[in-house]
Design a protein around this ligand. Structure first.
Ligand code: CA
Length: 223
């Protein structure tokens, strides 16, 4: 799952980025409105976290421009307490939710979960496909009751496949939702990670049906 944080206070932006990366999100940061807008229209994010007061273009304008251009990426707005009346305006311009600064990191995570398709902590934090169970709060995986350990990127890749169970995902879609802008992507990066996942999820269970499928010429899917 890949997020864009648009926030001009470097300290806050970098703290959010670091915290979200620990939660296995791929995160890009923009420090000005125009930079944020350019990234939001050229990259494929699962969620935008948008500060209101930004140099170059404020958050509300940015949000309105995105909606006018038919970009429907969910938007979470960050507002200072003194800007509370801006919340209503924010929701009117097409933002999906807002959070008042200062906020706790756990509240930010809860809002992000609500706006993306990662399941909420309170109901079912577990994504499944048959006998595969991925717990997105404990970052643990099991198949047929056997625990399997994953690296951060393997977790992110499997999470993205499971959220889209049954759908074919192209390599480009996988890259744009699992890796951030600064990541070093080689032509065979996705193949390598898919192979690693198969070695952990399918190959140790020869008597069970394989879950990860290659669809020649299109991409991959889990079923
Ligand atoms: Ca600001």
């Amino acid at each position: 799952m890949r997020l864009l944080v648009v926030e001009d206070e470097h300290r806050i932006a970098n703290a959010i980025k670091k915290g979200l990366q620990q939660e296995r999100y791929a995160v890009d940061v923009a420090y000005t409105g125009p930079e944020g807008y350019d990234l939001a229209v050229t990259e494929d994010y699962d969620l935008l976290i948008l500060d209101l007061m930004l140099p170059g273009m404020d958050g509300l304008t940015l949000c309105r421009k995105l909606r006018d251009g038919h970009r429907h990426t969910p938007v979470l707005i960050l507002t200072a307490k003194s800007q509370i009346r801006d919340k209503v305006t924010g929701l009117d311009t097409g933002a999906d939710d807002y959070l008042t600064k200062p906020f706790s990191f756990s509240e930010l995570l809860a809002r992000i979960r609500a706006l993306t398709r990662r399941p909420p902590v309170t109901s079912a934090p577990v994504l499944t496909a048959g006998d595969i169970k991925l717990d997105t709060t404990q970052f643990s995986l099991s198949r047929a009751g056997k625990n399997i350990s994953l690296t951060q990127k393997e977790f992110s890749l499997l999470e993205y496949l499971l959220i889209n169970t049954g759908k074919i995902l192209t390599k480009d879609q996988i890259i744009s939702h699992v890796w951030d802008y600064d990541a070093d992507i080689l032509p065979n990066t996705v193949e390598v990670y898919i192979r690693n996942l198969r070695n952990k999820i399918d190959h140790p269970f020869p008597k069970l049906p394989p879950r990860i499928h290659t669809v020649r010429g299109f991409g991959y899917k889990i079923s």
